[in-house]
Design a protein around this ligand. Structure first.
Ligand SMILES: Nc1ncnc2c1ncn2[C@@H]1O[C@H](COP(=O)(O)OP(=O)(O)OP(=O)(O)O)[C@@H](O)[C@H]1O
Ligand SMILES: [Mg+2]
Length: 360
C-alpha cells in the first residue's frame, strides 16, 4: 500500500506555542511510519511558516527554528494544489501534495477556526473540529451562550466589552455583583486559553485589577460565579457517532488550575477514573456527548466540568485541540478506554478522511 502523506503543523502565534511543540512531538511519535510519510510544518511565534525536516527532538525544545535547511512553506488555499507551496533557497517554488493535515496547534490561530478555514478552502482533509465548532469553543462567551441555549448547566455568568467597562466601571461592577451574587468571581478574557489573563477576584478592588488584566488579552470580558468542586474531564472521539471516555479528574496544585499548575508544576495530579460516583460519572458522560454534538464538534474534544459535593454537574468548557503530550489527560483517558498511542492517532486520521468523504 502506498503511504499517505500527512503534515503535522505545530507552534503558532498563540500563548500556547510551547505546549503545541510538545504535543506535536508526541503526535509525530505515534503516527505509524509504515503507513504515513510525515512532514512537519512549524509556525514561529511571529507567524512565519517553515517546512522543517530535522529530528523531532528539536521540535519540543524549540531549536527547530535554527535549522538551516528550513524552507518557507505554507498551505495553499487553492484546491488545485491540495498541499503546500515551498519556496526554495534560490527563490523558485514547488508544490507538495498532502493527503491529510494534523493541526497540533492550541489557542489563537490554530484551535479557533482560522487555520480550519484555510484547510476547508484547500480541500485537504484535516484532523479535528471544523470552523464553527473551533471558533465557538475557543470563545468562552460564545460557548457559554451555546450551553445556555442547549439547556446545559454551567456557572452563572455575565459579559461586556472592556471599552464599556472602562467608560463606566461602577455600572459594570454593579451588574456583576447583581448577576453573580457574591465574591469570589472568575474573570476571563473571552479568547485566550491556558488560563492566560484569568483571575479569581475576592472583592471589588481585585475585580477591577482582574478586569484590567483580562482586558490586555481580549476586548470582551467574561465574569463567572466561583464554583467549588472537582474538575472532571471527558475525552470525546468521533464525528456523529461518538465515543465518550470514562471521566478523569485534575487536582490542581495551585488555588486554581492556572498556567503554572498546568504546565510547570509536577504537583498537579490526574486521577483516572475521577473520584465521583458511577452514577455521577454516567451523567457527566451524557452531558459531554450532548455538549459535543450541540457545538458540532468533530474528530476530538476534551469536555471539562465542575462537579460539586452536592452532585451538581456544571460544564466549564470544550477544548477542541486539548493538550496532547504523553502526560496529557486526553490521550490518557483514551488509552484507559482501550485506544492508546498510535491506535488513537490512526483513528483520528481516519475520522478526518471520513468527514472529507461525506462532504463531497
Ligand atoms: N467559574 C469558575 N469557578 C471556579 N473555578 C474556575 C471557574 N472558571 C475557571 N476556573 C478555574 O480556572 C481554570 C482555568 O479556567 P478555564 O478552564 O475556563 O480556562 P482555560 O483553561 O484558560 O482554557 P483552556 O483550557 O481552553 O486553555 C479552571 O481549570 C479552573 O481551575
Ligand atoms: Mg480549562
Amino acid at each position: 500500500m502506498e503511504k499517505k502523506r500527512i503534515a503535522v503543523i505545530f507552534g503558532g502565534k498563540s500563548s500556547e506555542h510551547e505546549i503545541s511543540r510538545v504535543s506535536a512531538s508526541y503526535v509525530i511519535s505515534q503516527i505509524p511510519a509504515d503507513k504515513y510519510e510525515i512532514i512537519t510544518i512549524g509556525i514561529t511565534k511571529s507567524g512565519r511558516w517553515f517546512l522543517y525536516c530535522g529530528p523531532t527532538e528539536k521540535i519540543s525544545d524549540g531549536s527547530w527554528e535554527k535549522d538551516e535547511n528550513n524552507l518557507t512553506a505554507f498551505i495553499a488555499p487553492a484546491p488545485s494544489v491540495h498541499g503546500i507551496i515551498i519556496i526554495n533557497k534560490d527563490g523558485s517554488t514547488r508544490k507538495l501534495y498532502l493527503d491529510v493535515v494534523f493541526p497540533v496547534l492550541h489557542g489563537k490561530n490554530g484551535e479557533d477556526g482560522t487555520l480550519q478555514g484555510l484547510l476547508e478552502m484547500s480541500e485537504i482533509p484535516y484532523v479535528g473540529c471544523g470552523v464553527l465548532a473551533s471558533a465557538e469553543c475557543m470563545d468562552k462567551i460564545s460557548t457559554n451562550i451555546m450551553f445556555k441555549h442547549a439547556g446545559i448547566d454551567q456557572a452563572a455568568f455575565t459579559w461586556f466589552y472592556s471599552s464599556q467597562y472602562f467608560a463606566d466601571p461602577e455600572k459594570y461592577i454593579a451588574q456583576i455583583e447583581n448577576d453573580l451574587g457574591s465574591y469570589p468571581v472568575f474573570v476571563k478574557p473571552a479568547n485566550a486559553g491556558s488560563s492566560v489573563g484569568i483571575s479569581k477576584a475576592h472583592d471589588r478592588s481585585e475585580l477591577h485589577a482582574a478586569i484590567e488584566k483580562a482586558a490586555k488579552e481580549d476586548s470582551r470580558i467574561l465574569v463567572e460565579e466561583n464554583i467549588v468542586g472537582k474538575e472532571v474531564e471527558c475525552a470525546v472521539l468521533g464525528n456523529k457517532d461518538i465515543f465518550v471516555s470514562v471521566p478523569g479528574q485534575i487536582a490542581p496544585a495551585a488555588e486554581f488550575y492556572d498556567y503554572d499548575a498546568k504546565y510547570c508544576s509536577n504537583d498537579s495530579q490526574l486521577y483516572i477514573p475521577a473520584h465521583i460516583s458511577d452514577e455521577t460519572a454516567e451523567k457527566v458522560k451524557k452531558i459531554a456527548a450532548k455538549a459535543y454534538l450541540a457545538l458540532e464538534c468533530e474528530g476530538l474534544s476534551r469536555v471539562d466540568f465542575f462537579v460539586t459535593d452536592e452532585g451538581r454537574i456544571l460544564l466549564n468548557e470544550i477544548n477542541t485541540l486539548p493538550g496532547f503530550t504523553s502526560i496529557s489527560m486526553y490521550p490518557k483517558l483514551m488509552a484507559e478506554s482501550g485506544l492508546g498511542g498510535s491506535d488513537l492517532i490512526e483513528r483520528l486520521i481516519s475520522l478526518a478522511f471520513e468527514r472529507a468523504d461525506k462532504n463531497v
